[in-house]
Design a protein around this ligand. Structure first.
Ligand SMILES: Cc1cc2nc3c(=O)[nH]c(=O)nc-3n(C[C@H](O)[C@H](O)[C@H](O)COP(=O)(O)OP(=O)(O)OC[C@H]3O[C@@H](n4cnc5c(N)ncnc54)[C@H](O)[C@@H]3O)c2cc1C
Length: 460
């Protein structure tokens, strides 16, 4: 595509006039809304469109086509990927529709809605969305990445609950995409991120869950070896109504971090079970006995408090992620994790997380998708903060951890973790057939390459 001079003011002026929402250029009020949650990522678009309607998104795509510009999309910037001055950035934060059909338990959600808003809206009816660990992430970015949440082993990839997407494709038209209306587009949207266009609304099933037995056991870092080994053995025995992850945490003393955890090496074992609480407590007992806990938050909690299970960071920060997926997690793999990231390792990572996969994640969902990791048993995610004094060490260390675990790795990476536009990363997210299929579909719906920006799969 020919990229015009990023000035192209006439076109942007006429686009601004056509919008219900606003268009801001660098230096203008509103442009600052493009700063992503992950402030380490350079997001410098030629203009920012705060879309107020789906038509705004469609108009932006048509204008960009005319100008030879690209279009990217952002809700919160939790999964931000670099954006340059050849791109208009659509912000979806004002697409805030949130309606619930209590009879069908289906929620219709604008692309800017965050998971906590849905959790709060549906809790009074005893319903729950299949959200992720952080309720502050955007519904649409999460679902277009498949989505692996705290009860994913029980209910599967979150996109398997989606009934419909409203989508603006590369020709600037808005269409409602369902498994019946457009089977291919629907499949590609379930895991393909923004490869096929910009979603303006999503309709997703809710689950009949009011409460569950969930929380985390926190242990002092000196018990890391014992807890990791106990968790390795125990996690492999869990049936699929039980979900768990283990994290090595080195949280700075910031507001929101409980005093016993701040500034120390801590191990967290997260647990989320939809079994009857007495049964769930019996299942968790071996981990409660594995070492003394500093804090034990696991109890019956409202599902709307699901964010407390992982207690992910809330405030924007400059983060860098490294990730891999494991076929098996044997004694040697655990020893490698301990050596590379344990309390004696000088690891610069703030969080090193192992999630147990399997269960419903190992089976195909009710409709085809582009989730390529059904054989993986665990995922590993390192999150570092690119701030002194560890900033320089974070990236190389994350890569070294991934490399050290190569003997146990599937070679894969989840679409939602370690967001990147690097083709080598995309080759880990999607297998070769899926990349070829998704790339060909993208060419069909976006021959001008409007959406060739960010974490998207394209041919050539
Ligand atoms: C603290 C934290 C916890 C997390 N926990 C989990 C978890 O438990 N499970 C999990 O699966 N992921 C998790 N993630 C990853 C998260 O799901 C992704 O970063 C997701 O992309 C966030 O969506 P967003 O809209 O908030 O982010 P954004 O940065 O706004 O969007 C990221 C990308 O999503 C796509 N996207 C966003 N909006 C649209 C749209 N309207 N149409 C088409 N594509 C769109 C685009 O490719 C965009 O670049 C976590 C991330 C963080 C930082």
């Amino acid at each position: 595509m020919t990229v015009v001079d990023s000035a192209s003011p006439d076109l942007l002026v006429s686009l601004a006039a056509a919008l219900t929402g606003t268009l801001s250029r660098p230096g203008e009020p509103g442009y600052e809304r493009s700063v992503p949650w992950n402030v380490a990522v350079p997001v410098d678009p030629v203009a920012v469109v705060a879309a107020a309607t789906a038509d705004d998104v469609a108009a932006t795509v048509r204008a960009a086509r005319e100008a030879g510009l690209r279009v990217a999309v952002q809700a919160t910037g939790h999964g931000a990927v670099r954006i340059g001055p050849d791109t208009i950035l659509v912000l979806t934060g004002d697409l805030d529709e949130l309606t619930i059909d209590p009879d069908t338990r289906v929620a219709r959600l604008g692309a800017g809605v965050l998971w906590q808003q849905v959790l709060d809206a549906v809790a009074p009816s005893g319903s729950a969305p299949l959200c992720g660990s952080s309720p502050n992430t955007g519904v649409t970015g999460f679902l277009t990445g498949g989505g692996i949440g705290p009860v994913a082993r029980t209910y599967g990839v979150s996109s398997s609950r989606v009934r419909a997407f409203d989508l603006v494709t590369g020709d600037g038209t808005l269409r409602r995409v369902t498994p019946d209306s457009d089977a291919d587009l629907f499949r590609g949207l379930c895991g393909g991120k923004s490869t096929l266009g910009i979603v303006t609304a999503v309709e997703t099933e809710l689950l009949p869950i009011a409460e569950f037995y969930a929380g985390a056991l926190y242990y002092d870092g000196r018990h890391a070896a014992a807890v990791l080994e106990a968790w390795r053995v125990w996690s492999a025995t869990l049936t699929e109504e039980h979900n768990t992850s283990l994290a090595f945490l080195q949280l700075p003393p910031l507001s929101g971090v409980p005093e016993p955890l701040a500034g120390k090496f801590v191990v967290a074992v997260r647990f989320a079970s939809v079994a009857e609480p007495g049964i769930a407590a019996d299942v968790l007992a071996p981990m409660r006995a594995a070492a003394p806990t500093v804090i034990d938050t696991v109890t019956t909690i409202p599902y709307a408090a699901v964010g407390s299970v992982h207690a992910d960071p809330v405030d924007p920060m400059p983060t860098r992620e490294a990730t891999t997926m494991l076929r098996v997690f044997d004694e040697e793999a655990a020893a490698t994790v301990l050596v590379m990231t344990g309390p004696a390792s000088s690891s610069p990572q703030v969080i090193v997380e192992l999630r147990l996969l399997g269960g419903a994640l190992g089976r195909p969902g009710p409709h085809p998708d582009v989730y390529c990791h059904r054989e993986a048993a665990y995922s590993l995610l390192c999150i570092g903060v690119l701030a002194p004094p560890v900033a320089d060490a974070v990236i190389a260390h994350g890569e070294a951890v991934v490399e050290a675990l190569a003997p146990w790795s599937t070679g894969g990476a989840l679409p939602n973790f370690a967001a990147s536009d690097d083709p080598a990363h995309l080759a880990r997210v999607y297998d070769e057939d899926t990349r070829a299929w998704l790339g060909a579909l993208a060419e069909q719906h976006d021959p001008a390459g409007i959406f060739r920006v960010g974490q998207v799969v394209r041919l050539g």
